[in-house]
Write a protein that binds this ligand. Structure first.
Ligand SMILES: [Zn+2]
Length: 99
Protein backbone atom coordinates (compact mmCIF):
# COMPACT_ATOMS: atom_id res chain seq x y z
CA UNK A 1 0.00 0.00 0.00
CA UNK A 2 1.21 3.46 -0.85
CA UNK A 3 0.93 6.14 1.72
CA UNK A 4 -1.64 8.52 0.36
CA UNK A 5 -0.86 12.19 0.53
CA UNK A 6 -3.59 14.10 2.22
CA UNK A 7 -4.66 17.51 1.03
CA UNK A 8 -4.27 18.63 4.62
CA UNK A 9 -0.51 18.44 4.07
CA UNK A 10 -0.80 21.38 1.70
CA UNK A 11 -1.62 24.94 2.68
CA UNK A 12 -4.94 26.47 1.68
CA UNK A 13 -4.87 27.30 -2.04
CA UNK A 14 -6.83 30.47 -1.34
CA UNK A 15 -4.99 32.09 1.54
CA UNK A 16 -2.03 29.84 2.34
CA UNK A 17 -3.19 29.00 5.87
CA UNK A 18 -3.03 25.49 7.22
CA UNK A 19 -5.97 23.24 6.51
CA UNK A 20 -7.69 20.69 8.69
CA UNK A 21 -10.11 17.83 8.23
CA UNK A 22 -13.52 18.85 9.46
CA UNK A 23 -15.36 15.68 8.57
CA UNK A 24 -14.48 12.09 7.74
CA UNK A 25 -16.76 9.46 6.36
CA UNK A 26 -16.85 6.36 4.21
CA UNK A 27 -18.65 6.34 0.93
CA UNK A 28 -19.85 3.39 -1.09
CA UNK A 29 -18.67 3.64 -4.68
CA UNK A 30 -20.06 1.28 -7.32
CA UNK A 31 -17.50 -0.69 -9.33
CA UNK A 32 -17.72 -3.31 -12.06
CA UNK A 33 -17.60 -6.08 -9.48
CA UNK A 34 -19.94 -4.61 -6.91
CA UNK A 35 -18.95 -1.74 -4.73
CA UNK A 36 -16.07 -0.54 -2.61
CA UNK A 37 -15.89 1.70 0.40
CA UNK A 38 -13.71 4.77 0.02
CA UNK A 39 -12.51 7.12 2.70
CA UNK A 40 -13.78 10.63 2.20
CA UNK A 41 -12.85 13.72 4.08
CA UNK A 42 -13.93 17.30 4.03
CA UNK A 43 -11.07 19.71 4.35
CA UNK A 44 -11.54 23.19 5.62
CA UNK A 45 -9.22 26.16 6.02
CA UNK A 46 -8.16 27.05 9.54
CA UNK A 47 -8.58 30.70 8.58
CA UNK A 48 -12.18 31.32 9.61
CA UNK A 49 -12.68 34.28 7.29
CA UNK A 50 -11.30 32.38 4.30
CA UNK A 51 -13.42 29.33 5.07
CA UNK A 52 -16.51 31.48 5.55
CA UNK A 53 -16.02 33.12 2.17
CA UNK A 54 -15.43 29.73 0.57
CA UNK A 55 -18.58 28.23 2.09
CA UNK A 56 -20.55 31.24 0.88
CA UNK A 57 -19.12 30.91 -2.61
CA UNK A 58 -19.88 27.20 -2.61
CA UNK A 59 -23.48 27.83 -1.62
CA UNK A 60 -23.80 30.43 -4.37
CA UNK A 61 -22.24 28.07 -6.91
CA UNK A 62 -24.62 25.28 -5.88
CA UNK A 63 -27.54 27.64 -6.20
CA UNK A 64 -26.38 28.76 -9.64
CA UNK A 65 -25.89 25.16 -10.74
CA UNK A 66 -29.36 24.21 -9.51
CA UNK A 67 -30.92 27.16 -11.28
CA UNK A 68 -29.07 26.24 -14.46
CA UNK A 69 -30.24 22.65 -14.16
CA UNK A 70 -33.87 23.69 -13.73
CA UNK A 71 -33.52 25.95 -16.75
CA UNK A 72 -31.99 23.11 -18.75
CA UNK A 73 -34.76 20.70 -17.73
CA UNK A 74 -37.33 23.24 -18.82
CA UNK A 75 -35.71 23.86 -22.18
CA UNK A 76 -35.34 20.10 -22.66
CA UNK A 77 -39.04 19.70 -22.05
CA UNK A 78 -39.76 22.56 -24.42
CA UNK A 79 -37.51 21.09 -27.06
CA UNK A 80 -39.25 17.75 -26.70
CA UNK A 81 -42.66 19.37 -27.11
CA UNK A 82 -41.38 21.34 -30.07
CA UNK A 83 -39.92 18.30 -31.76
CA UNK A 84 -43.19 16.44 -31.23
CA UNK A 85 -44.99 19.35 -32.86
CA UNK A 86 -42.44 19.37 -35.64
CA UNK A 87 -42.88 15.65 -36.12
CA UNK A 88 -46.62 16.12 -36.39
CA UNK A 89 -46.11 18.97 -38.83
CA UNK A 90 -43.63 16.94 -40.80
CA UNK A 91 -46.07 14.07 -41.07
CA UNK A 92 -48.68 16.49 -42.38
CA UNK A 93 -46.35 17.99 -44.97
CA UNK A 94 -44.52 14.76 -45.69
CA UNK A 95 -44.65 15.26 -49.42
CA UNK A 96 -43.13 18.69 -49.68
CA UNK A 97 -40.82 18.79 -46.65
CA UNK A 98 -37.27 17.53 -46.70
CA UNK A 99 -35.61 17.28 -43.30
ZN1 LIG B 1 -7.74 29.66 3.39
Amino acid sequence: MMKSTSYVDFPCPRCGSAQRISKKWKEKVPTFSGSIMVDCSQIVCTNTLCQKAFTKNLAEETQKRNAAKIKKDESDKERKTNSLLHAAEARKQKNNLVI
